[in-house]
Design a protein around this ligand. Structure first.
Ligand code: CDP
Ligand code: MG
Length: 708
C-alpha cells in the first residue's frame, strides 16, 4: 500500500455514503437473524462499509468476516480500498483471495474473495468454522458460483442442527443485491428480513443513436462509434467525467488508442464548449489489468481535466467510480454462453439486456443529474435486447459445480435448492461429462479420481490430463501447460501492422523451436525457455510475450504442483507405466483430458468435431498448425472461437489410435439414461436393469489408455 502516511479517506468520504445513516440498525439486523438480505443502489457503500461496521461491532471476536465477489478485480480493488480506509496493510487485517492469488494471513479478519474461492473453502470445511459472517455480494449479477453458494448456505444453515455442527458460534449470512429482486431472495432464504438502504439517484437522460441497428448484431463498428460519441461529449458537454462501456481488453485498448489520437488534435481554445475543461485523461479498465493501474481509475482527475474511463461491464455494478456524469453505452457485453452449435461454452459478444442498459445508465446519476448516450437505435433496443440477463447457471456448463456438489455429499443435483433451476439437460450434460472423465461412476457416485479432480481449480478436462501425466511421472510437461492456459493470453499482438509482422515471426520461430508443430508444446517451450533465461523480462520483450502473464504462469505452476504433491502424499495415487517417446507421452496425456475436443480432417482445411455435434471447424490463424498441410488428420484443441466460422485454438496433432478407445466413451451413455442417477431415488432394480442394458450394448473391452 502506498498510502499509509496519507490521511485515510474514510472520515471525509465514507460518512457521506447513503449507508452511513443506517449503520446501527444494520448491525442490529445482522445480529438478530441468521439470514439477511441487504439491498441498495450501487455506490451506496454496501461492499466497502458493511464489513467495516460489523468489524467495529465486534463480529470478528469469534471468526472472520468473508465477503464474496463474482469478479477478481472487484475483490482485489475493494480489499485495497478497505485496507486503506481501515489504515492497515493489505494482507493483514484486511486481505483478499482470488484464484491463484492469496493475499491473506493469520491476522486477516475481513476477507474479500471470489465466490469460487469460498466454494473451495466449503469443500475443505463445510461448516465454515473460521467465519462469523459470510456476505454474498453482488447477488444480482447471478454468477454461477454465487447462485450455488446461496443454495449451499441455505441447505447447511437453515437447519439449526446442521448449522451448529463443527461450530462453536452461529454463522450469520448476509446476501447483498443492487436490484429489487429482494422478495425472491428473502423467500428463498426462509423468508428472512430485508434491509433496504434508501438510495438517492438523480435523473439520467438517455438518448438513442443510429449507428447500431438490428442488422449490426455481429459487427464491431461500435468501437469507432463510441469513440466518436465520447469525443462529442468531451467537446460539447459541461464538466463531468465519462464512462464508456465496451466488451473486452483488445477492444478497449483500441478505443483508448483512437481516443488518444483524436483528443491530441483538439484545439482547446476553439473546440471545447466548456472552457473549464482543458484536456482528456483516458483510462482503460478491464479484468486482467495490473492492479496498480486499476487503482488510478478511482483517483479524481487533475483540475480542468476530464476523465474518460473505457471499461468492461465491471463498471456497471461491481465498481463505482466517483464523478461520472456521462455514459456512452455500446450496448454489448462479452458473455460465456453454452453454444449449442458446437456443444461447448463459448465467450461471445452479445447485446446486453434492457435491465443491464438501465443499470449502466444509472451510473451517470449518482451525485447529480446525468446523461447516457446509447449508440444503438431504439429499434435495436426493442428487437435485439432481452428484458433481463439470463442467470449464468442457466446458460453455461455445470460440470465443475456438479462435481463440487457431489463431493459435498449433494447427490441429488436435480433437486438441489436452486434460486433459478437450470434446465435438466444441462445437469445431465454435466453428469455425462463427469462420467466420461471417470469422475463419477454409473450410479452418480464420485470416484477416487473425482475426489482428486475436485482439488484442482482448473477445468475438469485439463485436470484429468494433469492427473494422467502425474500417474505416468511426466507432470513436468503438463503442469506448465495447465498454468499457461490458466493465465491471460501470453502472446502480444501489436496493433501496428509492421510490428504485428515482427511479432508473428517471433511467435512462429518459437513454435518451430519445439520441432513438432503443436501449440501445447509451444506453450511448454515458452514457459521453459523464459524460466531458464538469465533475463526473463528481456527475453519476453524480444519474443513479444507478455512478461506479466508469464510471471503469473510461473506462480500458478508452483501452486498446481503444491496441490499435486499434497494429493500424492495423502492418498493412494494412481500409477501406470508407459513406454514411448516424450512427445507421444505428452500428447497422449492431453488426449485423456481433451478427448471430447477431437476433430478429424474432413475436406481441405475443414475439420469435423467428433463429440456427436459434428461441427465443421477451422484451425485459427494464431495456431502454428494454421498453414500445415501434411499429415494432419486428427487433432485435439483447447477451445473454440465462434465468429461467422468456428475456429479451434491451441491445437495439437494426434494419432487416431490414441483416442480410438476413448471416443466410444462419448457415445456410451445417453444423457437421458443418466437422469435416473441425477436423482437420489434410483432403485436397485432400475440400476441392475440399466447396467444389463449398458453391458449388452458395449462388448467387453476396457481400453488400456484409459485404465488409469
Ligand atoms: O457496494 P456498493 O455499490 O453499495 O458501494 P461501494 O462499492 O461500497 O462503494 C462506496 C464508495 O466507495 C463509492 O463512492 C466508490 O467510488 C468508493 N470506492 C473507491 O473509491 N475505491 C474502491 N476501490 C472501491 C470503492
Ligand atoms: Mg458493491
Amino acid at each position: 500500500m502506498s498510502g499509509t502516511s496519507r490521511r485515510s479517506p474514510k472520515e471525509t468520504e465514507s460518512k457521506h455514503l447513503p449507508i452511513y445513516r443506517h449503520r446501527d440498525k444494520l448491525v442490529q439486523a445482522v445480529k438478530s437473524s441468521t439470514f439477511l438480505v441487504v439491498t441498495g443502489e450501487t455506490g451506496s457503500g454496501k461492499t466497502t462499509q458493511l464489513p467495516q461496521y460489523l468489524h467495529e461491532a465486534g463480529f470478528c471476536k469469534d471468526g472472520r468476516i468473508g465477503i464474496t465477489q463474482p469478479r477478481r478485480v472487484a475483490a482485489i480493488t475493494v480489499a485495497q480500498r478497505v485496507a486503506q480506509e481501515m489504515q492497515c496493510t493489505l494482507g493483514k487485517e484486511v486481505g483478499y483471495q482470488v484464484r491463484f492469488d492469496d493475499c491473506t494471513s493469520q491476522d486477516t479478519q475481513v476477507k474479500y474473495m471470489t465466490d469460487g474461492c469460498l466454494l473451495r473453502e466449503i469443500l475443505a470445511d463445510p461448516g465454515l468454522s473460521q467465519y462469523s459472517v459470510i456476505i454474498l455480494d453482488e447477488v444480482h449479477e447471478r454468477s454461477l458460483n454465487t447462485d450455488i453458494l446461496m443454495g449451499l448456505l441455505k441447505k447447511i444453515f437453515s437447519d439449526p442442527d446442521k448449522a451448529t455442527k463443527g461450530r462453536s458460534f452461529p454463522l450469520k449470512v448476509v446476501v447483498m443485491s443492487a436490484t429489487l429482486e429482494t422478495e425472491k431472495l428473502s423467500a428463498f432464504l426462509s423468508d428472512c428480513p430485508v434491509f433496504a438502504i434508501p438510495g438517492r439517484a438523480f435523473p439520467v437522460t438517455c438518448t438513442f443513436g443510429s449507428a447500431v441497428g438490428p442488422k449490426d448484431i455481429e459487427s464491431t463498428a461500435y468501437v469507432k462509434e463510441v469513440v466518436k460519441v465520447a469525443l462529442d461529449v468531451h467537446t460539447s458537454e459541461m464538466a463531468g467525467d465519462i464512462l464508456v462501456f465496451l466488451t473486452g481488453q483488445s477492444e478497449i485498448e483500441r478505443a483508448c488508442d483512437l481516443l488518444f489520437e483524436k483528443a491530441e488534435c483538439i484545439d482547446y481554445r476553439y473546440d471545447v464548449h466548456d472552457r473549464t475543461v482543458e484536456g482528456l485523461l483516458i483510462l482503460p479498465l478491464y479484468g486482467s489489468m495490473p492492479t496498480d493501474q486499476q487503482r488510478q481509475i478511482f483517483q479524481p482527475p487533475p483540475k480542468g481535466i476530464r476523465k474518460c474511463v473505457v471499461a468492461t461491464n465491471i463498471a456497471a455494478t461491481s465498481l463505482t467510480i466517483n464523478g461520472i456524469k456521462y455514459i456512452v453505452d455500446s450496448g454489448f457485453v462479452k458473455q460465456l454462453n453454452h453454444n449449442s452449435r458446437v456443444g461447448m461454452d463459448v465467450l461471445e459478444v452479445v447485446p446486453i439486456s434492457k435491465s443491464e442498459a438501465q443499470q449502466r445508465a444509472g451510473r451517470a446519476g449518482r451525485t447529480s443529474p446525468g446523461k447516457c448516450f446509447r449508440i444503438f437505435s431504439k429499434d435495436f433496443w426493442e428487437t435485439c435486447m432481452p428484458e433481463y440477463t439470463v442467470p449464468e447457471i442457466q446458460r453455461t456448463s455445470l460440470t465443475a459445480v456438479v462435481l463440487t456438489l457431489k463431493c459435498l455429499g449433494v447427490h441429488d443435483v436435480v433437486r438441489f435448492p436452486y434460486l433459478d433451476r437450470p434446465e435438466e439437460r444441462f445437469i445431465l450434460e454435466a453428469l455425462k461429462q463427469l462420467y466420461q472423465f471417470d469422475a463419477i461412476d454409473r450410479r452418480g457416485t464420485v470416484t477416487d479420481l473425482g475426489k482428486l479432480m475436485v482439488e484442482f481449480p482448473l477445468h475438469p478436462g485439463l485436470t484429468r490430463a494433469v492427473l494422467r501425466a502425474a500417474s505416468v511421472g511426466c507432470e513436468d510437461l503438463l503442469l506448465p501447460v495447465a498454468a499457461m492456459l490458466s493465465v491471460e493470453n501470453i502472446f502480444i499482438r501489436p496493433g501496428h501492422p509492421e510490428k504485428q509482422k515482427q511479432a508473428d515471426q517471433r511467435h512462429r520461430a518459437l513454435a518451430a523451436k519445439t520441432g513438432s508443430m503443436n501449440d501445447f508444446a509451444t506453450l511448454l517451450s515458452v514457459f521453459q525457455l523464459c524460466k531458464s533465461s538469465d533475463r526473463p523480462s528481456a527475453w519476453c520483450k524480444d519474443n513479444w510475450i507478455h512478461w506479466r502473464a508469464l510471471k503469473s504462469a510461473f506462480s500458478v505452476e508452483t501452486q498446481l504442483r503444491e496441490i499435486l504433491l499434497r494429493l500424492q502424499q495423502k492418498r493412494d495415487f494412481p500409477a501406470e507405466t508407459f513406454d514411448g517417446n516424450k512427445s507421444e507421452l505428452f500428447r497422449r496425456c492431453l488426449c485423456t483430458g481433451y478427448f471430447n475436443n477431437v476433430a478429424r480432417r474432413s475436406v481441405g482445411k475443414v475439420f469435423c468435431t467428433m463429440d456427436g455435434h459434428g461441427s465443421m471447424v477451422h484451425i485459427h490463424p494464431s495456431s502454428s498448425l494454421f498453414d500445415q498441410e501434411a499429415e494432419l488428420n486428427w487433432v485435439i484443441f483447447h477451445d473454440v472461437l465462434v465468429t461467422s466460422r468456428v475456429y479451434i485454438r491451441t491445437v495439437c496433432p494426434i494419432r487416431y489410435e490414441w483416442v480410438k478407445d476413448l471416443l466410444p466413451k462419448l457415445h456410451e451413455v445417453d444423457v437421458y439414461e443418466l437422469s435416473s442417477v441425477a436423482r437420489e431415488e434410483v432403485t436397485e432394480e432400475e440400476m441392475v436393469k440399466w447396467e444389463m442394458k449398458e453391458a449388452a450394448k458395449r462388448p467387453s473391452e476396457v481400453s488400456a489408455a484409459d485404465a488409469m
